[in-house]
Design a protein around this ligand. Structure first.
Ligand SMILES: [Zn+2]
Length: 247
């Protein structure tokens, strides 16, 4: 299983960086997870739009799904459009992004597969166990398994024992860490810190931890140190262009 980070900014993109976007490849199948703001230009540096085999979206916030629109345009507006793109999301999560263009313009470019959090779904060679994790809108965390490897991704979430369940013994926990140490009072139930991510990686006994969704301006060294105060394993920061081979 090969993971390429297209972007790892939380909330809005920083100069030269994109928001959440992860390309996960196995056996030639290319799954795009969370096409957030500015991820499509990074994607197109690596593959063409028609080479994406499926898209999984954790939740409907635009920093996780806005670039579904340019991806669908890049497929639909060419002379020989590819087959409709399978798109997996929670019910109604994509209503806003799919309404950006005039009705019908992109309808043939995708097939929407809405699932309920808790469902286990098959996406190409991947088994995907989903779980509702606490956020300000419904958010599906995912445990992706393929070829004996496991990648867990939180989407955006407050602290929850369900994160630990999803990440149990995973090869990599890709964890939202909007803040370094303290989460502001108003966001405490819906977002996480690098320290909390480290604590949950330790509880789940994951092999590696990759912090993502750092709010632009966050000190990445401080975030890594906060996670490292809780977790002894390898800790990285998700930035555009980073590739991790989990095999
Ligand atoms: Zn969010």
């Amino acid at each position: 299983m090969l993971l390429t980070i297209l972007g790892g900014c939380g909330a809005w993109p920083a100069a030269g960086q994109a928001c959440s976007g992860y390309l996960v490849e196995h056996d030639g199948f290319r799954l795009l997870v969370d096409p957030g703001y500015a991820t499509v230009p990074r994607l197109l540096e690596r593959i063409t739009a028609d080479q994406v085999d499926a898209v999984f979206i954790s939740h409907g916030h635009p920093d996780h799904c806005a670039d579904l629109n340019p991806l669908l345009r890049a497929r639909a507006l060419r002379d020989d459009p590819p087959a409709p793109l399978p798109v997996y999301s929670l019910p109604s999560a994509l209503d806003a992004v799919l309404a950006l263009d005039r009705p019908g313009m992109l309808t043939d470019a995708y097939v929407l597969h809405e699932f309920n959090a808790g469902d286990q779904i098959a996406i190409g060679p991947f088994r995907a166990q989903t779980r509702l994790l606490p956020h300000s809108v419904p958010n599906a965390g995912i445990r992706l398994t393929a070829g004996e490897r496991v990648l867990t991704y939180t989407g955006d979430t407050g602290p929850s024992p369900d994160v630990v369940d999803l990440a149990r013994d995973a090869d990599l926990l890709l964890a939202e860490a909007t803040f370094v140490d303290q989460v502001p009072q108003g966001s405490r139930r819906h977002l996480s810190s690098a320290r909390q991510a480290g604590r949950q990686a330790k509880e789940a006994d994951t092999r590696r931890l990759l912090l993502t969704h750092l709010q632009p301006g966050t000190d990445a060294t401080a975030a890594r140190a906060a996670a490292g105060a809780e977790y002894d394993g390898e800790i990285g920061i998700a930035t555009s262009g980073l590739t991790i081979d989990l095999s």
